[in-house]
Design a protein around this ligand. Structure first.
Ligand SMILES: [Zn+2]
Length: 1003
């Protein structure tokens, strides 16, 4: 298809046209794009090779799978460094493929990972860029998926996934325009598939989705019923077809059929076609290919088959592949003259998808997800849900920091990027987060040196963002006093607060509603006075408590505070407040710890009781609703299989969870306890042994009970790998049912030893019941719902009625033979004896109809916690505005979450508003809600608006997807709720709406 103008120019045209005259009908925009959608589809068809009716058409899809880090770092993979670990160099792949595409216009190639393509593109001369643009325009080089990486689906949070897709797709849009927009989502390698990913892909405008891995039992059932291509209805809240996604399961993972791998890394025989030669093998090749195609046709529905001709880092010498594929096509098709009904062609996933659509069939409907994934009876890929818990937490923390950085970059204006603290940017962290979403990054399935590299990139990105934050806060507050960041508050280390007699704390709240938040700072004084933004002493009391023994152990010599100063702060929506802290000479002594468990800790909302004999939790009460459950909690470990068993030789590893026995070891049946009670804070410090401790904590305003766990170094002197988990055992009658979220959003119902779409033969009673938990899990009965909100992605399950277990840490001694080639045995410079990991679980008890009202905001507060920055000395002089600011005119309604606010270009920003409740989840909040865009910001005037698709690479009104019909369960599309006006946008449950707003600064 011919491209008339580059998209970058068109985007500006469109943008200016729309925003200068924002009420104008987009269709009158003559500069933008003169092809209506229908013609575009025709154009797409022209770039697809014709197929032959009444024949079996085999679509050969040349492709490479380029992991954005795994056995090597992303840099090593790009350049081909460390080829002793794995021979792989992405720059050579792209060089070679382009050269080979130019040799024969029939050839096709798809490219997936924009993090790599972006690097390669920037290194090309203008003439090569022109050539590549032509290949893209002609459909010979096609982008599929197109995100910065191919994200993991089990351990990623939707907010970070949307960001990384937006990043990659924007590059493709800006560089290649409409012909560079991927039509197909392509997750050939992730280890199981999340429903929320399918929902997001649908809302990003993809026509279909292909993947390679699913449970082996599921696959065999689907093959028998020819249901390997299906329609995934991926939301219970969004009206069909908004979250409907056509989904295809590839026939051979993502590899070529056996005997047909012609990469330099493969050993299959090439096509030897000189009949004079002894090794002539064309007849044999054609015969084998026919057999494979006929077998494949028996398990798919249409006259079209797809074959993935490529694999990991293949096509570095693309000539080998293409020379043989050219011949394969020629010789197989030559048989048609002899009556063969087989037709082979170069193709792409979108060309294949188009033929499936043309077939005009109905497709089996699926409404659950593809977790967990087992490749055989004892090989469940449920370990990576929890592998590398410290990296998983760091990724989650980094997401919150990126959102904060994005917001402050917008609110502080141009001087945020270049100001009194120098030049900063959000791009470095955005790209690092994009890379971290990869299915061997946050998943924890990479080699140790690669995990270190991901963390290094996130840290570097945060440094660049700190400059943005400091500049922005200087612009907003008028004070350019130097700001200090304390990133180790979780281990009670912060040199400034430890040493200073007087300092101030700026609390920036990235949520669109006010928050009250407990601040906990390491100090060396015993009494402190705290004043709020108005200069008044805090109404509520300030607590000073001793640093716990567990914290001293984990922080080592990285801090020297003896006490912790705890007080509640309030911060306005999308804004900050400032508190000044000064050490008092004659204050009350710090609180002291009392040995033994208290009978109970409680505030006005929650009461938790303890068993005096064991020191463990005994019950939990919601004092507002007057409901109580019995609740005990303890720590356990499963002995990881070492592969030495008559049943199976599969060991537990980075990917695979396989306990040796379903009966766990208890770390200690009782805890040594201490308690601390002040008017503002009550905590019970439990020690379960030298490597497990916990604090059970309630602040005066908490509606949830906090469990702060510390696990490690996990001992391995006994040569036993350990899978450490905590288990909550309650009186809730859960009847084998539990619930887990999908990528932090919609919740799925799970049933022990059960799969909704096939008759499960359960072969691993523990590992086969584990599911990913991204931000919450719960169990319930008619009366009580116990929800656990997590601070990172973890695996979990409910093995017994009334219980919920969550995997916290894994330390393993064997590789699980899935490629990574290392046991998951994390140590570091600070922790040579094994990594120590600390985290928090928040427990909320409520009647089921009220539970979401608590856990939805609680989870958002955990994903986007306030950012604390510190300045030395007394409070900054001046007016109230300088110590207190809100970027919003008013808080958004409780159902609305401000998902994205980031700089788009010089005069516009990207805004995503999200309805954070599911339908029928909340009596109060599960209805439509309207937001007025012009009444949103306090310092920005919104002068233009364009609504985009979810990934912001298409105008929403131009997003037209292929329509697919389910065999059953189709519902007519209800007329969507209209917006009251251009400026007033209505959100329905679980809806996310994406806007590019042109803004001018007020004042
Ligand atoms: Zn991969």
């Amino acid at each position: 298809m011919q491209q008339k103008k580059r998209k970058k120019e068109k985007r500006r045209d469109k943008h200016e046209e729309t925003t200068n005259d924002f009420l104008a009908d987009n269709n009158t925009d003559v500069n933008f794009e003169s092809y209506p959608a229908a013609t575009l589809r025709d154009g797409l068809r022209k770039s697809c090779h014709p197929t032959v009716p009444h024949m079996l058409n085999v679509h050969l899809v040349p492709h490479t799978h380029d992991d954005v880090g795994w056995l090597k770092t992303v840099d090593q993979y790009y350049y081909g460094g460390r080829n002793n670990i794995q021979h792989a160099g992405v720059q050579y792949i792209l060089d070679s493929v382009v050269e080979q595409l130019l040799q024969n216009p029939e050839r096709r190639f798809i490219y997936v990972e924009t993090a790599f393509f972006y690097r390669w593109w920037r290194n090309q001369r203008p003439s090569m860029q022109t050539t590549v643009r032509q290949l893209v325009d002609q459909g010979r080089l096609e982008f599929v998926n197109g995100g910065w990486c191919m994200s993991d689906e089990a351990t990623t949070h939707y907010s970070a996934v949307i960001d990384q897709m937006t990043l990659g797709l924007r590059f493709l849009n800006d560089t290649f325009g409409r012909c560079g927009r991927p039509r197909v989502a392509w997750h050939i390698d992730p280890f199981g598939h999340a429903r929320e990913h399918a929902s997001m892909f649908a809302q990003m405008g993809y026509d279909g989705f292909f993947f390679g891995r699913l449970d082996y039992q599921d696959r065999s059932h689907r093959m028998a019923k020819r249901n390997q291509e299906l329609l995934w209805r991926a939301s219970e809240s969004l009206e069909p077809p908004h979250a409907d996604l056509f989904t295809g399961i590839l026939p051979n993972g993502y590899n070529p059929p056996d005997g047909f791998c012609w990469d330099q890394s493969c050993d299959d025989p090439p096509i030897m076609d000189d009949p004079d030669l002894e090794d002539y093998n064309v007849d044999d090749v054609v015969r084998r290919f026919k057999m494979i195609a006929n077998a494949q046709a028996k398990v798919y529905k249409t006259q079209h088959l797809i074959m993935t001709m490529g694999s990991d880092f293949q096509y570095e010498n693309a000539n080998l592949w293409y020379k043989n594929l050219d011949k394969l096509i020629r010789y197989v098709n030559a048989q048609q003259a002899n009556g063969s009904r087989l037709n082979v062609l170069y193709s792409t996933p979108s060309c294949y998808l188009q033929e499936l659509h043309r077939a005009n069939l109905t497709w089996a409907l699926k409404t659950d997800d593809f977790f967990p994934y087992a490749d055989n009876a004892h090989n469940f890929w449920t370990g990576y849900f929890s592998s590398r818990p410290a990296l998983k937490r760091y990724e989650r923390v980094s997401n919150g920091r990126l959102q904060t950085c994005n917001q402050l970059e917008v609110l502080g204006g141009p001087s945020s990027r270049k100001g009194p603290f120098g030049a900063g940017d959000s791009e470095t962290l955005r790209k690092a987060m994009g890379v971290a979403q990869h299915h061997d990054a946050v998943s924890g399935t990479e080699k140790q040196h690669v995990a270190n590299d991901y963390a290094r990139m996130l840290a570097k990105g945060w440094q660049r963002c700190q400059v943005v934050v400091s500049n922005s806060l200087a612009a907003l507050s008028g004070s350019s006093a130097g700001r200090v960041y304390c990133d180790n508050l979780n281990i009670s280390a912060c040199p400034l607060t430890e040493a200073s007699k007087e300092f101030s704390v700026n609390v920036y709240n990235p949520l669109a509603r006010p928050v009250v938040w407990p601040v906990r700072l390491p100090v060396n004084g015993s009494a402190y006075g705290v004043r709020d933004a108005g200069g008044a002493p805090l109404a509520c009391q300030v607590s000073v408590v001793p640093v716990s023994e567990a914290t001293r152990q984990v922080r080592k010599d990285r801090g020297h505070a003896v006490n912790e100063l705890v007080f509640l702060v309030q911060a306005p929506p999308l804004g900050y407040s400032t508190y000044s802290v000064s050490r008092l000479q004659n204050g009350p002594p710090p609180a002291s710890a009392t040995p033994g468990p208290p009978a109970a800790i409680q505030n006005q909302f929650v009461r938790a009781t303890f068993d005096p004999a064991t020191g463990l939790l005994a019950s939990l009460t919601n004092l507002e609703t007057q409901q109580t459950i019995n609740l005990t909690q303890n720590f356990y470990w499963y002995n990881a299989s070492d592969g030495n068993s008559s049943v199976s030789d599969q060991p537990s590893g980075a990917y695979i969870f396989r306990p040796n026995s379903s009966t766990p070891f208890t770390i200690s049946s009782s805890a040594k306890t201490q308690s601390i009670q002040t008017p503002e804070l009550q905590e019970v410090r439990q020690r379960f042994g030298p490597w497990v401790s916990q604090v059970v904590r309630l602040h005066s305003n908490s509606k949830a009970l906090e469990l702060e766990w510390t696990v490690g170094p996990v001992p391995i002197e006994d040569s036993l790998g350990k899978e450490v988990f905590t288990r909550l055992d309650s009186s809730i009658r859960s009847s084998g049912i539990f619930y887990t979220d999908s990528n932090g959003r919609e919740v799925l119902r799970r049933k022990k030893d059960f799969r909704p779409t096939w008759d499960l033969k359960q072969t691993e009673p523990i590992a086969g019941n584990y599911f990913p938990i991204n931000s919450r899990a719960f169990i319930k009965d008619d009366k009580d719902q116990l929800t656990v909100v997590t601070d990172r992605s973890q695996g979990g399950s409910s093995i017994q009625d009334g219980s919920l277990e969550i995997m916290l840490h894994r330390r393993l001694l064997y590789d699980d033979v899935r490629g990574v080639g290392e046991p998951l045995n994390e140590t570091s410079g600070v922790f040579p004896q094994g990594l120590v990991v600390r985290g928090r679980l928040l427990l909320s008890l409520a009647p089921p109809p009220l539970a979401a009202d608590a856990h939805r905001p609680l989870a958002q507060e955990n994903v986007l916690p306030p950012l604390l920055t510190f300045t030395k000395g007394g409070p900054p002089p001046g007016a109230l505005l300088e110590v207190c600011f809100s970027g919003l005119q008013a808080a958004l309604p409780p159902a609305v979450h401000l998902l994205s606010l980031s700089r788009w270009d010089d005069d516009s920003l990207l805004l995503r508003l999200e309805h954070q409740y599911q339908t029928q989840e909340s009596k109060q909040h599960s209805g439509p809600v309207t937001v007025h865009l012009q009444k949103l910001f306090s310092t920005l005037e919104v002068v233009g608006v364009s609504e985009m698709n979810l990934s912001a690479n298409q105008w929403l009104d131009e997003m037209k997807r292929l329509d697919w019909r389910p065999t059953t369960g189709g519902r007519p599309l209800k007329k969507p709720l209209g917006d009251p006006s251009v400026w007033e946008v209505t959100l329905t449950p679980m809806q996310i709406r994406t806007f590019v707003l042109r803004v001018a600064r007020r004042r």
